[in-house]
Design a protein around this ligand. Structure first.
Ligand SMILES: *Cc1c(COP(=O)(O)O)cnc(C)c1O
Ligand code: SF4
Length: 463
């Protein structure tokens, strides 16, 4: 798309005939050698990437390569860090084993089987995602593709949306991308979803997630969402769609061949009385700077849908309050509501990206100090853990003991929400399981309740 076409489109409807649709072209671990700008890297660096990309998911598209990454600043560039594999993402022992297979020219099958073995050591399903959250119907069967952890909100994983326009090197959904059927949390059936929602009037929010549901054609998305306008789904007030397409492929909303239909679908949902919220995954203000990214934001907002932003705090990518302050400011300017700052989960290349809880809180605080109230709406930093979403509210000293002040933003038991609780301060802790209750107590207040939930679930399944 040339500059003048973009400018025209900012003021009136885009002339699609004239602009054309850029083709979505994607590269995986088999095509590293075909990524033109990578030629500036040494053979050694390329080899390292190849090794890591055979264990962790790798997929990057031309838009990310050509417009988001600043190749003069590689390897430090945050978007490069976000999408390309790095040696340090694997522990030395894992790296060495995979590297030696590549060196001796092993075949695809051998590489795949070692990759499978190594991945099982990378905690592919953190925070009880498979076991506790998947509902069980009256016949005792698990409802594939649905998770229901917090009373008001149902998560739906449409089977066509279990991939993304590019993969994030830190992703906790990575197990879904590597084709392991057992681990896939996907639904083939709209009817399963609709039946479940019909039977659960306490649910107000549907959150369609993936992967990235925006990789789906609009007609599939419509099949899942349009029926929710019927009277029997009146209790579903909000339809949220979790996506990183506004960053990785904003063309989805502007020039893809069914982008107009997508906008029309969102408009129909809005005018049918639903609150439509695009839960946009952003990690860096650089994702908001291209013309096409801004046009996409504008077009989505014109449908009456809201955009809320969320994303994890990551070492090597955005562990800097200035990056968050600039990102939140830019989002507010563009009409996006900052919603969430997450702590990176304990999975995959965790060691490469993790930021201790203490530092995460400081970064969040320092970023919030630098923006106006409208930029301070993001909750967090928060851990999406087994018992619930826990926010680190701060560090304090109470009766001589240095403590973390915490609370649940969401809990498996709604009664846990917004009660302050305290953990011993630990400068290095990166996740809930490393924290201990403060003041000499032996359990956190929610632990016995959580334990009995696990046990009653065990009584009906054999998880
Ligand atoms: C975060 C999350 C939600 C949504 O929580 P909100 O506080 O309503 O944004 C729903 N289900 C699961 C499993 C989640 O992790
Ligand atoms: S866009 Fe989301 S689901 Fe897709 S790779 Fe990135 S973090 Fe994972």
């Amino acid at each position: 798309m040339d500059k003048s076409a973009i400018l025209r489109s900012m003021t009136k409807d885009v002339d699609y005939e004239q602009i054309g649709s850029p083709i979505f072209r994607v590269f995986t671990d088999r095509d590293l050698h075909r990524i033109e700008p990578l030629r500036r890297l040494s053979d050694e660096q390329l080899f390292e990437m190849q090794v890591v990309a055979s264990v962790l998911p790798f997929r990057v598209n031309e838009y990310v390569i050509n417009e988001l990454i600043d190749w003069r600043r590689v390897p430090q560039d945050p978007i490069f860090q976000m999408t390309f594999p790095h040696k340090a993402m694997l522990q030395d022992e894992m790296y060495d084993r995979m590297a030696s297979l590549h060196r001796k020219g092993a075949d695809r099958q051998e590489i795949k089987s070692l990759a499978g073995a190594l991945r099982t050591k990378l905690n592919p399903h953190p925070a009880g995602q498979l076991a506790l959250n998947v509902p069980i119907n009256a016949d005792g069967n698990r409802l594939q593709g649905i998770q229901h952890k917090y009373r008001e909100t149902v998560l739906f994983f449409p089977s066509q949306g279990q991939t993304c326009h590019s993969y994030c090197s830190f992703c906790f959904r990575w197990a879904q991308f590597i084709g392991d059927k057992e681990l896939r949390m996907a639904s083939a059936e709209a009817s399963v979803l609709h039946k479940y929602l019909k039977g659960h009037e306490e649910v107000t929010d549907l959150l369609v997630t993936g992967g990235d549901p925006m990789v789906m054609k609009t007609k599939y998305l419509a099949r899942y969402l349009e029926p929710l306008l019927k009277p029997e789904f009146e209790h579903i007030q909000t339809i949220r769609i979790g996506t990183k397409a506004l960053s990785f492929w904003p063309q989805r909303f502007v020039t893809d061949e069914d982008s107009q239909e997508l906008m029309a679908l969102m408009r129909r949902l809005v005018s049918g009385g639903k609150h439509v919220a695009i839960m946009a995954h952003y990690n860096h203000w650089k994702e908001l700077e291209t013309d096409i990214a801004r046009i996409a934001i504008k077009r989505v907002r014109e449908t009456g849908a809201q955009i809320r932003s969320q994303g994890p705090l990551l070492r090597n990518i955005n562990d800097d309050p200035d990056v968050w302050a600039k990102m939140w400011n830019t989002q507010v300017q563009l009409g996006i509501v900052p919603y969430y700052m997450f702590i990176e989960r304990d999975t995959g290349a965790r060691n490469y990206f993790d930021v201790p809880l203490y530092q995460a809180w400081q970064i969040c605080r320092d970023a919030k100090k630098r923006v106006s109230g409208l930029g301070r709406t993001a909750r967090g930093p928060g851990m999406s853990s087994d018992p619930g979403k826990i926010e680190i509210q701060g560090v304090s000293r109470i009766r001589g003991e240095k403590v973390f002040v915490l609370h649940f933003i969401q809990g498996r038991d709604p009664d846990w929400v917004h009660r302050p609780f305290f953990a011993k301060f630990d400068e290095k802790a990166t996740w809930l399981h490393q924290l201990e209750p403060a003041f000499g107590q032996d359990r956190f207040f929610f632990e016995s309740g959580f334990q009995s939930m696990i046990e009653s679930r065990r009584a009906i399944t054999d998880e």
